[in-house]
Design a protein around this ligand. Structure first.
Ligand code: ATP
Length: 292
């Protein structure tokens, strides 16, 4: 079990985690959703120990995250960050093998190479094994980094927008594989997604963030409602459920010039996070007004 208790994270003057508490179970896919700039990546980086919390505790199986034991803490993680550029002169196979960096020796075991090739095969990319990664497309790089994260055999696997560059086919290849492996291996999987319908289909548990606060936490069919979507994104939505109870979100566009547009803009100012930047904006506006 990964537990987060009363977590507070502040960067510069932005409050990115505000008294956040939750517990994540093994064998479950946890999906984090929320508006841009609300602190989703920051939360992953804090769990990984890259960003230090102002207060609160993060624990996994009786071990608590501490600055002086970071390398031991991180060995439990597989982490696929948002940045998918692979600007190195390595082959696809070599990049996937780097997932096992902790265990690699001077001589590579055939079994490790077999494992890396099999990881590529399972996601349909074996034919790329010898290609240079700096010549791949963005989507191909994203899939290769996914194969690398799996090679680590993590206890906790974190993925930051892992399907952002993928076509429909590979979105489902990655997420189906992730779901199956999470359940088979008993991993705690945590991923950030922006697509609410993918989140609804794949999340065993959905964590909804807004302005550094956890505003909802539970199974998508229990918590994904039109009022939640309106509250978090300021977007109107119809939500229906399929035969197995999975919610389907259909967003509704604003009609240009409709009376809601002013309210929409006003409501879309995040209160706790970006609100801290408002004085500078106001200052610039008043300088501009003075010039005009
Ligand atoms: N190291 C840092 N120092 C100061 N501010 C930071 C730092 N890292 C991130 N921020 C700011 O914190 C806020 C939240 O960033 P974060 O990347 O966590 O958002 P996010 O919810 O993942 O957004 P997105 O959906 O756009 O990827 C942003 O305003 C960002 O500029």
């Amino acid at each position: 079990m990964l537990t987060v208790n009363n977590l507070n994270v502040t960067l510069d003057d932005l409050v990115l985690a505000n008294d956040m508490s939750f517990a994540l179970e093994p064998g479950k896919v946890n999906v984090i959703i929320g508006p841009n700039g609300t602190g989703k990546s920051t939360l992953l980086k804090t769990l990984f120990g890259d960003i230090h919390a102002k207060s609160g505790a993060i624990s996994f199986d009786n071990e608590t995250l501490q600055r002086k034991q970071l390398s031991r803490w991180r060995k439990q993680f597989g982490y696929m960050p948002q940045d998918i550029r692979l600007d190195v002169e390595l082959s696809v196979l070599e990049v996937v093998l780097l997932g096992q960096l902790n265990t690699l020796g001077f001589r590579l075991d055939d079994s490790v190479i077999e494992e890396a090739l099999s990881a590529l095969d399972k996601i349909g990319l074996l034919h790329l094994a010898d290609r240079q990664v700096n010549k791949l497309s963005g989507g191909q790089c994203q899939m290769i980094l996914f194969a690398q994260a799996l090679m680590r055999k993590p206890k906790i696997l974190m993925l930051d927008e892992p399907v952002s560059a993928l076509d429909l086919h590979f979105q489902h290849v990655l997420l189906d594989h992730l779901d199956a492996q999470t359940k088979e291996q008993g991993w705690i999987t945590i991923m950030v997604l922006h697509d609410l319908n993918l989140a609804a289909q794949y999340a065993d548990n959905l964590l909804v963030l807004k302005d550094g606060k956890l505003v909802a936490n539970g199974h998508p069919s229990d918590i994904l409602t039109p009022s939640l979507v309106k509250n978090v994104y300021n977007v109107n939505a119809d939500i229906t459920k399929d035969a197995s109870g999975i919610p389907f979100v259909r967003t509704i566009r604003n009609i240009r010039g409709a009376s809601t547009s002013k309210t929409t803009e006003a409501n879309h100012q995040p209160k706790t996070t970006e609100a801290n930047h408002q004085p500078k904006t106001k200052k610039i506006t008043s300088i501009a007004e003075g010039i005009i």
